[in-house]
Ligand binder design. Structure first.
Ligand SMILES: Cc1cc2nc3c(=O)[nH]c(=O)nc-3n(C[C@H](O)[C@H](O)[C@H](O)COP(=O)(O)OP(=O)(O)OC[C@H]3O[C@@H](n4cnc5c(N)ncnc54)[C@H](O)[C@@H]3O)c2cc1C
Length: 489
């Protein structure tokens, strides 16, 4: 029987384990943490429950297609995706229904509603042209590049806006600064800078607005928990608190991994860990590491999990409080590697729909700001300063005192993200997409020169975020099938 070892049980690793087990492969997962899920985790303290990492799901069908019917869970489509608060006092609800959203924009921002409708139509076109090649296919393979659809993408290259930055494109299409800021924000969905990332990233707004934003009824952790249950059902063996130290590969072939207790043989090894860490320690390779290091890291996050006494009807499930100078904020994050003093603040309150996430009369606030990747900043100082700035900002914009309402607190900083998940510099999404070549430079899902070695997860092709990690698992599934078919019987 063919054997496979998966290094890491993040969402990419879990999805790969399920897919390979369904191929009849005997799969073992080695995970350095005590539990499965990686960045998709949850916290419980003082009667509150928090999703610790991701808070919003797009393309939920990519999760459900992995699960047996009885393991599928209710996923709710959000009516209001995000409520936006601007420094000038404007409040805007981004409804998932495009007509309703564009009417809201027309009313609150005094902009013809056709602007938003047209923008989202163009974003849909970019998705249609790029998704098979850049998201669902392995474009590192000649076979993918040479098919008719890929040719069509190249013919329609001008529609992709790959030569403009997202911000330039948004300014040209949307004119109003507040609407530009709203659509610029999608760059942060893969930890990038809207003033540098190519406008092709407008596809993210298509996923959220045209296809929908979702949330599992019992929280985001339900996603990885269900995948874990499914993998167990298929006979996948999990080894927790057992980090893989080295990958063994010689003569163009992988042969297994080394863990603390010795060598474990396998025909196939799939890495779900940060590719930077893979080449710095598991399979040291200076040349490849240098290539990866050349790519700018994606941003990180500083998160305050606040148990709040009181109920705040002016807030929705997802809320954004924008900064007054977005460009300056991104210069701080990516060039100065600092946290901005007037940060854009994201507040996610899952207890708005799942009352059991907070005690009676309370709410669970996940308060997140973008942070630079960790390059050795003084995080104690930055945390104290940011906490003060965030509170002052929210109190000013909501017109109410909040500090006394915080009854419980935990904090997650970029160094914590590294400690908990092995993401180098605490970056949320591996390398950023701050250059027009970023997609092409991402590490492939396979090694041409090492048979049996594969890569999934947010730091390799097609990139970070739950749907893309799930897509990487699907790509690897196909590559392994091909490898096994080619093997002499
Ligand atoms: C705060 C935050 C908010 C986010 N928000 C969203 C969102 O709203 N929507 C969205 O789609 N995405 C979001 N993301 C991104 C998303 O969570 C990630 O892209 C995705 O979960 C990464 O999955 P992965 O497969 O790369 O594995 P990871 O989650 O990175 O897991 C890797 C696993 O490998 C293990 N590991 C590391 N080294 C070893 C070793 N040597 N041996 C064995 N195991 C090892 C780690 O312990 C970890 O469990 C967010 C991420 C964060 C942190």
């Amino acid at each position: 029987m063919t054997t496979a070892i998966i290094i890491g049980s993040g969402i990419g690793g879990l999805a790969t384990a399920i897919r390979l087990a369904r191929q009849g492969i005997s799969v073992a997962v080695y995970e350095s943490a005590e539990k499965a899920g990686g960045k998709v985790s949850q916290l419980h303290f003082d009667g509150f429950r928090f999703d610790a990492g991701p808070s919003l799901l797009t393309l939920p069908e990519l999760v459900h297609e992995l699960l047996d019917d009885d393991l599928r869970f209710p996923i709710r489509k959000l009516d209001v995706i995000t409520k936006y608060f601007y420094p000038d006092g404007t409040q805007l609800s981004a409804f998932s229904n495009v007509e309703k959203f564009s009417a809201e924009v027309g009313q609150k921002l005094d902009i013809p509603s056709s602007k938003v409708v047209n923008y989202l139509k163009k974003a849909a076109k970019v998705y249609e042209l790029t998704s098979d090649l850049f998201i669902f296919g392995s474009f590192h393979r000649i076979k993918t590049l040479m098919n008719l659809k890929s040719l069509r993408t190249l013919i329609h290259f001008r529609h992709l806006q790959a030569l403009n930055t997202l911000h330039e494109y948004n300014r040209q299409e949307l004119s109003d600064g507040r609407l530009v800021q709203l659509f610029d924000r999608y760059a942060t969905y893969n930890g990038s800078n809207p003033y540098e990332t190519p406008a092709t990233l407008s596809v993210i707004s298509h996923l959220e607005h045209n296809l929908g934003a979702f949330i599992p009824e019992d929280g985001m952790f339900q996603i990885t928990d269900s995948l874990y249950q499914q993998a167990l059902r298929l006979g996948v063996k999990f080894h927790f608190s057992q980090p893989v130290r080295k990958v063994d590969a010689a003569n163009g072939k992988v042969s297994g991994v080394i863990i603390d207790t010795g060598f474990v043989a396998a025909d196939i090894v799939v890495s779900d860990i940060d590719i930077h860490r893979f080449y710095s320690s598991l399979l040291p390779d200076k040349k490849r590491l240098a290539r990866i290091t050349k790519e700018e890291r994606s941003s990180s996050a500083l998160i305050f999990y606040w148990g709040m006494k009181g109920v705040f009807p002016e807030l929705d499930i997802h809320n954004i409080f924008f900064s007054s100078d977005y460009q300056d904020e991104f210069e701080h994050l990516f060039e100065k590697k600092k946290i901005y003093n007037d940060p854009t603040v994201y507040v996610y309150i899952s207890s708005k729909y799942n009352r059991s996430d907070a005690p009676e009369g309370c709410e669970n606030w996940f308060v997140m700001i973008n942070a630079p990747a960790d390059t050795g900043q003084n995080w104690d100082e930055l945390i104290a300063q940011s906490r003060k700035n965030i509170l002052e900002k929210l109190e000013r914009m909501l017109g109410k005192k909040l500090s006394e309402s915080i009854v419980s607190e935990q904090i997650l900083s970029p160094p914590d993200i590294f400690k908990q998940t092995g993401s180098v510099n605490g970056s949320l999404y591996g390398s950023s997409s701050n250059s027009r070549y970023a997609s092409f430079n991402r590490h492939a899902n396979f090694r041409r020169d090492i048979n049996g070695l594969y890569f999934v997860g947010g730091s390799v092709h097609p990139g970070g975020g739950i749907p893309l990690c799930l897509s990487s698992a699907n790509i690897v599934d196909g590559l392994v099938k091909e490898q096994l078919q080619k093997r002499p019987k």
